[in-house]
Design a protein around this ligand. Structure first.
Ligand SMILES: *Cc1c(COP(=O)(O)O)cnc(C)c1O
Length: 377
């Protein structure tokens, strides 16, 4: 056990009260009052046309691939530096993933490289706002529009973040969120699909309800519900929605706490970092980040590994992040090879994430910063 883990979930508001309420109301399957409250909150605060809770971000991504009618042989442009689900959702429909490198500064999909990878078979570009810092969405959506290609935002890190004043998750035709334990807002396992292009709404409701028009039935638009399309069971239990809603209600407090944690690391490590060629996260002035993570880019793999070990010996868990997807066993089956995405390959070796959760104390942060500085004195 680590004295200071990398992540630790916590109750931040009325989670237990709301879960009890859901049970007492006698509705713990999906799409009850708490689910609707979560949907409304996202639709009103973000301004998306439709929000649908799902069982995970992975499942929301699966839904996006179904909604975009991804077929065998289609190509989907993805960053090489991301979580497997960003890509797997499309591969499961038979798509060929085209791995594109990331920018060395924000670690986001390098928009300057996208166009050279577009072919007549390209159906979608999936972007990940790494650490909740927005990708260059103006450029990306322009390129995509020019070629008739859909943009999906895997916004697992970026809920309530902004790009040029606009919320992340509202910039592609749809976006996916995660409420996994490690994200800013959680219910253990959970997600959401945010739909911006209204043409996908009706089918999304059907796909999420096992391919039936059950949602229309509950709205009284049809008198019985039936099998109308492919689909699966992508809706979470009300118990989870109750937990999540309690967290979302406290979003300002959570975001404030996370901002303070991020700023503490930044202020106390900036000088140390610049003296040792360590890079801290870069946030362009027009991006408002939701303070999802704090990372260091060490000068070498060796230095990264020794810092992980040194922190670990003092009970602090620092962790690396994504391994280059194009070099994984699956990625190689799609033709990925060393050297394809040099920035991804380099960054993956040198990146270290520090403990980050909303109730991380200043005492613990002081200790973490001291330990880091001692190793490198
Ligand atoms: C966490 C994460 C996911 C997966 O989220 P789940 O809710 O666990 O399925 C997908 N993409 C990114 C970028 C993530 O960080």
């Amino acid at each position: 056990m680590y004295k200071i883990p990398f992540n630790r979930p916590a109750l931040v508001g009325k989670e237990l009260e709301y879960m009890t309420q859901a049970i007492e109301r006698g509705h713990i399957s999906g799409d009850g009052p708490f689910t609707r409250q979560c949907h409304t909150l996202f639709e009103e605060t973000l301004g998306v046309a439709r929000a649908l809770l799902t069982t995970s971000c992975t499942h929301a991504l699966d839904m996006s691939a179904i909604l975009l009618n991804i077929q065998p042989g289609d190509e989907v442009i993805v960053p090489a530096f991301t979580f497997v689900s960003t890509v797997n959702a499309f591969v499961m429909r038979g798509a060929h993933p085209v791995f594109v490198d990331i920018r060395p500064d924000t670690l986001n999909l390098d928009e300057r490289q996208i166009e050279t990878y577009i072919t007549p078979r390209t159906k979608a570009v999936v972007v990940v706002h790494y650490a909740g810092v927005g990708c260059e969405m103006d450029v990306i959506t322009q390129i995509a529009d020019r070629h008739g290609v859909a943009v999906v935002e895997d916004n697992a890190h970026g809920l309530f973040g902004k790009y040029k004043g606009r919320f992340l998750g509202t910039l592609g035709c749809m976006a996916t969120q995660s409420f996994h334990e490690t994200k800013n807002f959680t219910c253990g396992e959970g997600g959401a699909l945010l739909i911006n292009d209204p043409q996908y709404i009706e089918r999304a409701e059907i796909v999420r309800e096992k391919g039936t028009d059950r949602s229309r039935f509950f709205r009284g638009q049809v008198d019985k519900y039936t099998w109308t399309d492919v689909g699966s069971s992508y809706l979470p239990s009300e118990i989870l929605a109750a937990f999540l809603y309690a967290q979302l209600e406290r979003r300002e407090a959570i975001q404030d706490a996370r901002r303070r944690i991020w700023e503490y690391y930044y202020e106390h490590l900036a000088d140390w970092a610049s003296e040792r060629d360590v890079c801290l996260p870069l946030v362009p002035a027009y991006c408002e980040q939701p303070y999802h993570m704090f990372y260091l880019l060490l000068p070498s793999l060796k230095q990264r590994q020794s810092l992980i070990k040194h922190l670990g010996e003092r009970g602090i868990l620092g962790v690396f992040h994504y391994l280059p997807l194009h070099l994984s066993n699956m990625g190689r089956r799609f033709g990925g090879k060393a050297g394809d995405c040099p920035v991804t390959e380099d960054v993956s070796d040198r990146l270290l994430r520090l403990p980050f959760y909303s109730h991380l104390t200043v005492d613990n942060q002081t200790l973490i910063v001291d330990v880091i500085k001692k190793l490198t004195e």
